[in-house]
Design a protein around this ligand. Structure first.
Ligand SMILES: C[S@@+](CC[C@H](N)C(=O)[O-])C[C@H]1O[C@@H](n2cnc3c(N)ncnc32)[C@H](O)[C@@H]1O
Length: 285
């Protein structure tokens, strides 16, 4: 499939990438599956390798609903970006932005506001390379290779600090990424929130087995088990831990809900087993 590997799983790199740099220079790990490329595979993309597809098979064996979960995560992202634009927020800092696919943040934002600005941040080289390739020449878009666990480094990176005006509202997006981070998220997100002007947005979602429905809780744990051995194992947090990441921000109605039910319930659409919310920085802090 695509640039990833031949049928035997021998790594090969897309011609454009290969022509620019060697595999070791870009730091691609072909042997170990990771979140960016597994997600790309589940969304029908071509930027994944044999190791990613093998891990995806393990995940699907554990929970056959996983491709739907990924699609609905992505749909949530699109709804959030549109909501921000409708609310007058046209600057985006997308943390853990992933391999570009359809409905990327800059495509939605620039279609509505040609002067919108989007800074993508991801630490995965394939995701960064393809995002740079796709957005080359777009004035309002930058792609930063960075680790969201280091807020100060992310915020002062020229691709972020030189593009986004933090004296005006900015929307920080952390979609389908936080459950890959085994670190002190409250401290990390406290530092991001502190950088935001009144009216700014912090939007996130996070897988959680803290569910009233035990079947759904077990389905989430099955996904977590499926990711074992990947470069990015899954860390589950409970509802209160996820809510804490928006501390001091005003939650937009309907609050902290399954992503399929934000901003309105979708009757007939089964929950995916995550919590999502959009918080807004209050006027006085
Ligand atoms: C499942 S994808 C989600 C992509 C996109 N946010 C979306 O919702 O479509 C998770 C992404 O987060 C990235 N990621 C994981 N940990 C990260 C970290 N510490 N810093 C930056 N990116 C990270 C992965 O490389 C991957 O591209």
């Amino acid at each position: 499939m695509g640039e990833g590997s031949d049928d035997e799983g021998t790594p090969r790199v897309g011609t454009h990438l290969a022509s620019m740099m060697t595999m070791s220079e870009v730091g691609i790990d072909f042997e170990r599956a990771n979140a960016a490329r597994i997600y790309d595979y589940f969304l029908g993309g071509a930027h994944n390798f044999a190791s990613d597809r093998a891990q995806a098979a393990t995940i699907v064996a554990a929970n056959p609903d996983m491709p739907r979960v990924c699609r609905l995560n992505r749909d949530f992202l699109g709804r959030v970006v549109r909501w921000c634009l409708a609310a007058g927020v046209d600057q985006f800092l997308d943390l853990g932005s992933g391999v570009p696919t359809v409905g990327n943040v800059h495509e939605i934002a620039l279609a509505a506001r040609p002067d919108a600005r989007v800074a993508y941040v991801d630490f995965e080289p394939v995701a960064v390379h393809h995002a740079r390739d796709l957005t080359a020449g777009l004035d309002g878009v930058r792609v930063v290779q960075g680790d969201l666990r280091q807020p100060e480094a992310v915020l002062r990176d020229p691709g972020v600090a030189g593009l986004l005006d933090f004296d005006r509202p900015v929307a920080i997006l952390a979609i389908a990424v936080l459950h890959f981070i085994d670190d002190d998220l409250p401290s990390i997100f406290g530092r991001y929130r502190a950088a935001l002007a009144p009216g700014s947005v912090l939007a996130l979602n996070h897988g959680s087995a803290d569910q009233d429905d035990p079947v759904l809780a077990e389905a989430v744990r099955d996904i977590q088990r499926g990711y074992r051995g990947a470069a990015t194992p899954v860390v589950l947090r409970d509802r209160a831990e996820i809510r804490e990441l928006l501390d001091g921000f005003e939650l937009v109605v309907p609050g902290l809900v399954d992503p399929v039910d934000w901003p309105v319930e979708q009757p007939g659409v089964e929950p995916i087993g995550a919590y999502a919310a959009v918080g807004r920085a209050p006027a006085a802090r």
